[in-house]
Ligand binder design. Structure first.
Ligand code: 2GW
Ligand code: MN
Length: 269
């Protein structure tokens, strides 16, 4: 109802747009027990959010890491597809973290978009390549993003679903959870993303001192953080889908797809 009224205020013509024909979804969970919306197709007006954020002057930072062989394997496709689909109509700054800045593809960006390439060292352990993203993101929010952008979204360059950490010695240990959060995409206001990345990084470093590593690395720490700090919006699997799962009647739209995993060639040292 609230959405409908706002749509009227913004003069969005609902008859002109099929997606404005909102029905509640009865086939899926649409609300967490702490009353955060779980975002599914058919539950919101995409254009309303777009217009609201344009009016508010929101600006978005997108962080992505392409280190070592992941650059050639995925970055080009990732950048092109996000240029076409991610937060179209809002100013977006790409923060590309790589050990090979000279190899970052020069893709055509619309006038509202720009790219910053940040050189990072290639950690010798892949687990650290993945985990240290939390520090790099926290640092760049502090030094740059907070001065230019209102929101930050953090992506895997490829696109996976796993279980909680079960090691009681890890800071990421969780006995039970409510949702499993995939770390391939998360975001929010820069303040919230800063708090999240900083806390995860601290958990990771504390684990290192204790010689433990969480089962799914940064993803386990992210899950622990989300358990303790409930998100105000939860994205449904529409936002992180693997087509090899096959048809599911509750998935009406897929908004973000996993790229193929080439573990044999990409993960061997
Ligand atoms: C990662 C694993 C093994 C060998 C290399 C890498 C690697 C990762 C790399 O050589 N270069 C690189 O840039 N990355 C970045 O880290 C890249 O952005 C990639 O998407 C991200 C996470 O690695 P990925 O996509 O291979 O891991 P997934 O898909 O199994 O990811 C989930 O679990 C991870 C922790 O194990 C992270 O939490 C990730 O966010 C999750 O989606
Ligand atoms: Mn991934």
């Amino acid at each position: 109802k609230c959405h409908l009224e706002s749509a009227k205020m913004l003069n969005l013509d609902s008859s002109a747009d099929a997606s404005l024909n909102l029905q509640s979804r009865l086939d899926v969970l649409t609300c967490t027990y702490w009353k955060a919306a779980i975002i599914w197709e058919g539950m919101f007006y995409p254009r309303l959010y777009d217009e609201m954020h344009k009016m508010k002057g929101s600006s978005v930072a997108l962080t992505v890491f392409a280190v070592g062989r992941y650059l050639d394997a995925y970055l080009h496709t990732f950048l092109n597809s996000s240029a076409q689909h991610f937060m179209v109509g809002l100013p977006v700054t790409y923060y590309v973290f790589t050990d090979m800045p000279e190899k970052v593809p020069n893709i055509k960006l619309s006038p509202l978009r720009s790219m910053k390439v940040i050189k990072v060292e290639k950690n010798s352990r892949w687990q650290d390549v993945s985990m240290m993203r939390m520090k790099s993101i926290s640092d760049v929010i502090e030094s740059d993003i907070r001065h230019h952008c209102t929101h930050v979204f953090c992506f895997d360059v490829d696109q996976h679903l796993y279980t909680y950490d079960r090691n009681p010695n890890s800071k990421a240990y969780m006995e039970t959870g409510d949702f499993y959060y995939h770390a391939a995409i998360f975001g929010g206001s820069w303040k919230n993303v800063k708090a999240l990345t900083e806390a995860c990084y601290q958990g990771i470093m504390e684990d290192k001192q204790n010689n433990v590593e969480a089962l799914w690395h940064d993803e386990s720490h992210l899950n622990k953080y989300m358990l303790l700090h409930k998100p105000s919006k939860v994205l449904s699997p529409e936002y992180c889908w693997d087509t090899s799962i096959g048809f599911r009647s509750d998935i009406q739209v897929t908004r973000l797809l996993w790229a193929p995993k080439y573990y044999d060639t990409l993960r061997t040292p």
